[in-house]
Design a protein around this ligand. Structure first.
Ligand code: SF4
Length: 351
């Protein structure tokens, strides 16, 4: 039997998704490898040959999760698609690699109050939620003890007191999980509380949601964020130019319209973006969308993700090639984060 897809129906369903409530799209995320491969028309036998045992990883503490708008940007039939590879559980995750640990940045020691990490001078990071819209297999917080960092209102008040009592903190960073996976009521309340602390001038939000589920940038979000009278910075997280489509551009434009400065950070991932031409395209496309490339992170030494790593010397040669192709403002800083350092460590380009 030959089945045909009606292109009009497909277009209608994409338009419907584009305008849907982000929570509905989020709750309809793909949570099984079989469903994901089915949507991408990749035969299960091919996936098994490529990656034996990956189905066994679905029940791990870090299960598969991918929202539909991200899946629509993956190439059908391609097991090597660079977006698919970021979310595809691999049996390699179970291999032991010396030097790779559950908490490579030793963040636990900077957990000054529930939900608060104070590590760098002048800024404090709030773990707003453990939830993410997508589970990136390389995530450095995939083993983070979120169960100890899910503050209730009273504990949030402790974190707010800590901020009030530390006048040297002038910037608050919303992190997670993905902070924008939290509901707007909570974000609005917390932001209003912080706005009343006179020494906090800047709000920075680190989020992958405007890329993987751009419908998140809706009226409610724009309303509470626009109310923040200080400087507003959003660091989005995009690893490959194929992640950027027109719907993402719309979300970015809406953020820019309320005065948000937009930066991007990328993680350098073996087999996904460890190629100078891909990194050049990414920088160009980001800037066309109004986002400045900010950081290119070499992988943190997190357990279960060693297979994404490349040697620092290769990363330095790559950024050297990127520097030779682009003006300086489009070249992200290549950095490694080290436990107990006062700032990220810059890795110089090798030209
Ligand atoms: S969105 Fe960010 S925090 Fe969440 S899994 Fe991906 S990298 Fe980790």
């Amino acid at each position: 039997m030959i089945t045909r897809t009606n292109p009009n129906c497909q277009t209608e369903s994409i338009i419907a998704m584009e305008n849907s409530d982000w929570r509905k799209i989020l709750s309809a995320s793909t949570l099984s490898l079989k469903d994901l491969l089915g949507k991408l028309e990749i035969p299960i036998e091919l996936a098994n040959a490529y990656n034996p045992d990956s189905f066994g990883l679905e029940q791990s503490s870090f299960p598969i999760r991918v929202p539909e708008p991200f899946i629509t940007r993956m190439r059908k039939g391609d097991i090597n698609d660079p977006l698919l590879l970021q979310v595809l559980p691999l049996a390699k995750e179970l291999e032991y690699t010396p030097g790779y640990t559950k908490d490579p940045l030793q963040e636990a020691q900077f957990n000054s109050a529930p939900g608060l990490i104070h590590k760098y001078h002048g800024r404090a990071l709030l773990i707003i939620t453990k939830a993410c819209a997508i589970h990136c297999r390389y995530c450095f917080r995939r083993h983070f003890p979120y169960q100890d960092n899910q503050p209730n209102r009273e504990e949030w008040n402790q974190a707010l007191s800590y901020l009030r009592q530390n006048p040297l903190i002038n910037e608050v960073i919303y992190s997670g999980g993905d902070p924008l996976a939290a509901n707007d009521k909570h974000l609005s309340w917390l932001t209003d509380q912080i706005a009343e602390i006179p020494h906090i001038h800047r709000l920075r939000i680190h989020t992958r949601l405007p890329v993987v589920l751009p419908q998140r940038v809706d009226e409610n979000l724009l309303r509470w964020l626009a109310n923040w009278q200080g400087q507003k910075v959003m660091v989005i997280h995009c690893n490959h130019p194929n992640e950027l489509d027109e719907r993402v551009k719309k979300a970015i434009n809406e953020l820019k319209n309320i005065g948000v400065t937009l930066l991007n950070q990328t993680v350098l991932l073996k087999g996904i973006n460890d190629d100078a031409s891909i990194l050049v395209d990414l920088s160009e496309k980001l800037f066309n969308f109004g986002v400045l490339p900010y950081y290119l992170h070499v992988m943190d030494t997190v357990e279960s993700a060693a297979h994404f790593s490349i040697p620092d010397s290769k990363a330095q040669r790559l950024i050297g090639k990127v520097s030779a192709h682009l003006p300086g403002y489009l070249v992200p800083k290549l950095v490694r984060e080290k436990a107990n350092e006062k700032s990220k460590t810059l890795l110089s380009p090798i030209l």
